[in-house]
Every structure is written in structure tokens, then in C-alpha cells.
Design a binder for this molecule. Structure first.
Ligand code: CU
Length: 121
């Protein structure tokens, strides 16, 4: 009987780990205006990393890079053809044109930093 309980507890822990690492997604931040939304670049993540925006509406993203490593010095919006250099500890505004509905990923040039714009129709 106790072996069964241990097995069930083990399965529950595995399930929790799977959910935490693969299934949970960071909550998106909704942009309600075209004012610049600030994105911090530090500790290997864009904060926030998921940004919900209205499709078709141009917006400004204000990147503040706090990571001195060269890894973080560029931000690339691959499918939009936009690349920007991010100076250290200074705000850099990146103008984003109106987006087609769907997800648009942005990364550092090596793809270690990852974020996405989620354009809602
Ligand atoms: Cu990188």
C-alpha cells in the first residue's frame, strides 16, 4: 500500500515538473496604447517576454539592456526584418509596424534571449 502511495506521489511530482517547464507560459502583457512599452533585457530573459498587442497597430518597444554580455547586444525580429543594437543601460526605442495576427518572435542574435509579440486581430 505504501509503495502505491510513493508511486502516485512520484507521478504527481513528475506531472508538476512537466507542467512547470513545458506547459506553463508566462502571462502576456497586454498593450493598451501605442506608448512605448518597456522591456528589460537581463538574466537571460526579456521581461516581459510575451507581449500581447492589437494586430495592425504600430507600436514602440523600449528596450533597456542591463546585461553587459555581447549576447544581449542585438535584438532581432526575424520575420519583420528588424534588427536593433541595444546600448547598455540606456533605453532604445524600436518602432514596430502594424503586425499581422499571430505570433512574432524576437531574439538576441544567437537566439538565447527569446520573446514574442502576440498580435490579436
Ligand atoms: Cu544571445
Amino acid at each position: 500500500m505504501s509503495a502505491l502511495i510513493v508511486t502516485l506521489a512520484g507521478i504527481a511530482v513528475i506531472g508538476l515538473v512537466v507542467w512547470w517547464f513545458w506547459l506553463s507560459k508566462p502571462r502576456a502583457t497586454r498593450v493598451v496604447s501605442q506608448d512605448a512599452i518597456e522591456i528589460r533585457v537581463k538574466d537571460g530573459t526579456y521581461q516581459p517576454a510575451a507581449i500581447e498587442v492589437a494586430a495592425g497597430q504600430a507600436l514602440n518597444l523600449k528596450f533597456v539592456r542591463e546585461d553587459a554580455t555581447p549576447c544581449a547586444e542585438k535584438v532581432v525580429f526575424d520575420d519583420l526584418g528588424i534588427t536593433a543594437d541595444l546600448p547598455l543601460n540606456q533605453a532604445k526605442t524600436v518602432a514596430i509596424p502594424g503586425l499581422t495576427p499571430g505570433e512574432h518572435e524576437f531574439t538576441c542574435q544567437m537566439g538565447m534571449y527569446r520573446g514574442r509579440l502576440i498580435a490579436r486581430p
